[in-house]
Unconditional design. Structure first.
Length: 227
């Protein structure tokens, strides 16, 4: 249904002046104040918030942290429990809506649990990051880290794939996910108090520690979308 409005010259003049003032005020504001970046978090159960009440998972805590910093950025939860890097790649296209400005990639943990070859994980994550950057999106990679029991060659190949991909595409990269809980920890037992009973997923307080250490990189990512 269309409604036609007939304005008198005086009314039109007032409306036109109001529009100009509004535009002037908008132009006077910093671009970052007007921007509302949408960031998609592509990941597995660590992103999805497995085992935690709604609101305690990674994405809700990230959004609360961003709001507390005065950021208008919003993180969208695209985490699927059990997903491998191949699963993340398979749903990338429909995860990246037209409103998406940036992408967080937190994949590889289930590749490790299945003992998949590092080269396979590298191909999938490379394809994800390439596709995102080809779309003009900013990318932040949150790596996983292979345990020592896989052997030194496997560990070296797996751990380095994230840095290699970040370097290739100019993506941001953080410390490995579990080191965001405690950067000084060298043994899983040192972070046990911040983990759920399964020893694989962080509890609410563990997620809060991840958010505290991941937050500055996320703010940088959000700011980069306005460049």
């Amino acid at each position: 249904m269309k409604i036609a409005f007939h304005l008198s010259n005086a009314t039109y003049g007032a409306a036109h002046m109001f529009r100009n003032i509004t535009l002037a005020l908008g132009l006077a504001l910093p671009a970052t104040a007007l921007a509302e970046p949408t960031i998609v978090a592509l990941g597995d159960s660590l992103t999805a918030g497995y085992g935690l009440p709604e609101g305690d998972g990674l994405v809700p805590q990230l959004n609360a942290w961003l709001a507390a910093q005065g950021s208008t950025a919003t993180v969208i939860n695209a985490g699927v429990s059990g997903d491998t890097s191949a699963g993340g790649l398979s749903r990338l296209d429909w995860s990246l809506t037209p409103e998406t400005d940036a992408l967080i990639v937190t994949l590889g943990g289930n590749d490790l649990l299945r003992g998949l070859p590092p080269a396979e994980t590298a191909r999938n994550i490379d394809a994800i990051v390439k596709s995102a950057t080809d779309r003009g999106l900013k990318v932040l990679i949150v790596p996983m880290e292979a345990p020592g029991n896989f052997g030194p060659d496997y560990k070296s190949a797996f751990d380095s794939l994230y840095t290699d991909i970040a370097t290739t595409y100019g993506a941001q990269i953080t410390a490995p996910f579990f080191r965001l809980i405690d950067p000084q920890a060298t043994d899983p037992g040192q972070i046990a108090q911040w983990m759920q009973a399964d020893g694989i997923h962080p509890n609410k307080d563990g997620v809060a520690r991840v958010v505290e250490n991941l937050g500055p990189a996320l703010l940088e990512l959000a700011g980069a979308t306005s460049d």
